[in-house]
Design a protein around this ligand. Structure first.
Ligand code: GDP
Ligand code: MN
Length: 379
């Protein structure tokens, strides 16, 4: 789950990272009011979950009420790389002496946390990594040991920031590491982390991605869920409690278990097709769940065929079959369906399905054969 900049900054502030005072608003009038009460100059910032807002014209300094109004009018409703600006963050402007980059993320290959710090901030870090990789100072942190102040200081010194920034940067980075681990984030990034002419170190931007699997530990994260920008299909699925990821292909996929769902996407590719989605319906393939799954899939206009791939484990074959039959009575489906049903009581399940088979509802004994048929039907 990705946060907007303003949400990331409010989260950072809770961990003691200095950010500018500001307000999130949704109308021009609110923007002007917020700017007047913060005091000028302010920065008017488009809240969209995409980088490079500055270059796209989504970030403007305003010296007075008139400018605040002009910028708010221009930026609200603006399209930035396919994202419409619906929220503005108005914050007190900062004076910048230097712009740095700082982040923590998980290095899966190393099985360790990875911190990155660079004196070349404000620009895209991918560009720095490509053109001047030595300008990024990296640190691996074992989650068991945590990040000590001593190691953090060595890391900061290796990045060759202005010496005036050292103390402030160490403090920010220790707090950023806490925000990352205690906040259960997959990524925390500050770009730019600035040094002000007075020597203060301060977060001017915030990019935070939270681990959805840890949301149960943070009841307050529910507010972020409410503002998530989701693909229409993904929103629809989320409302039905389904694990869904929209893809670009034409074979709709329904499987039980994330592992089987991934294998299903793979096998569709292997036989020359492309999955329209990843959908894990989990353990209970009852009529309710199956109906929700079929509703989500048929709402995708790109779907030409549907591949239902179920391996009965605790869920018995006949329950799955009944679930499918009942779901088909409830949902109007255009695309043909191919079923592969195996596992516990598969024979009983297949017997239930047999009388319902037609051009529109086909069954194949193996995953490979079913995948081939689904891909043929999608052509
Ligand atoms: P991004 O383009 O989406 O990464 O948005 P940022 O929040 O990083 O802002 C882009 C750039 O705008 C920064 O690198 C700064 O150069 C500039 N900027 C943002 N806030 C301020 C501010 O308070 N004062 C000044 N002078 N520049 C700012
Ligand atoms: Mn930025």
């Amino acid at each position: 789950m990705d946060l907007f900049e303003y949400q990331g900054k409010l989260l950072f502030a809770r961990y003691g990272i200095p950010v500018s005072a500001g307000a999130a608003v949704t109308t021009v009038e609110q923007a002007v009011e917020a700017a007047d009460s913060l005091g000028y100059p302010v920065v008017v910032k488009a809240q969209v979950q995409v980088g490079g807002r500055g270059k796209a014209g989504g970030i403007k300094l305003a010296a007075d009420t008139t400018e605040a109004r002009t910028h708010a009018e221009a930026i609200l409703g603006m399209d930035i790389k396919g994202h419409t600006v619906e929220v503005l963050w108005i914050e007190k402007a900062s004076d910048i002496a230097e712009e740095y980059y700082a982040s923590f993320t998980l290095d899966r290959a190393a099985k360790l946390h990875l911190g990155m710090l660079s004196a070349q901030g404000g620009v895209e870090i991918e560009q720095v990594a490509e053109e001047n990789p030595d300008a990024i100072s990296r640190i691996h942190v074992d989650p068991v040991d945590g990040l000590s102040e001593e190691r953090c200081r060595e890391w900061v010194e290796a990045a060759h920031l202005d010496p005036k920034a050292t103390e402030g940067a160490v403090e920010v980075l220790l707090n950023l590491y806490r925000a990352y681990t205690e906040g259960d984030a997959d990524l925390v990034e500050i770009n730019p982390l600035i040094l002000t002419p007075e020597g203060r170190v301060h977060a001017l931007d915030a990019k935070v991605s939270l681990d959805d699997n840890a949301v149960f530990r943070h009841p307050d994260y529910a507010e972020y869920d409410a503002t998530q920008v989701r693909d229409t299909r993904e929103r629809f699925a989320h409302e039905r409690g389904l694990q869904y990821v929209g893809l670009e292909g034409s074979v709709g996929v329904i499987a039980n278990g994330a592992g089987l769902a991934m294998s299903t996407v793979d096998i569709v590719n292997q036989v020359g097709g492309a999955a329209a989605n990843f959908l894990d319906i989990g353990g209970g393939a009852n009529a309710e769940v199956m109906t929700g799954a079929l509703e989500v899939i048929t709402s995708d206009a790109n779907v030409r065929s549907i591949f239902i791939n179920i391996f009965g484990g605790i869920t018995k074959g006949e329950e799955v079959a009944n679930g499918i039959v009942q779901a088909l009575e409830r949902v109007q489906i255009g695309a043909p369906i191919v079923i592969r049903l195996d596992g516990t009581n598969a024979d009983e399940g297949r017997k239930i399905l047999e009388p319902h088979l037609s051009d529109k509802l086909q069954m194949r004994p193996t995953m490979l054969e079913a995948a081939r048929r689904a891909v043929e039907l999608a052509k």
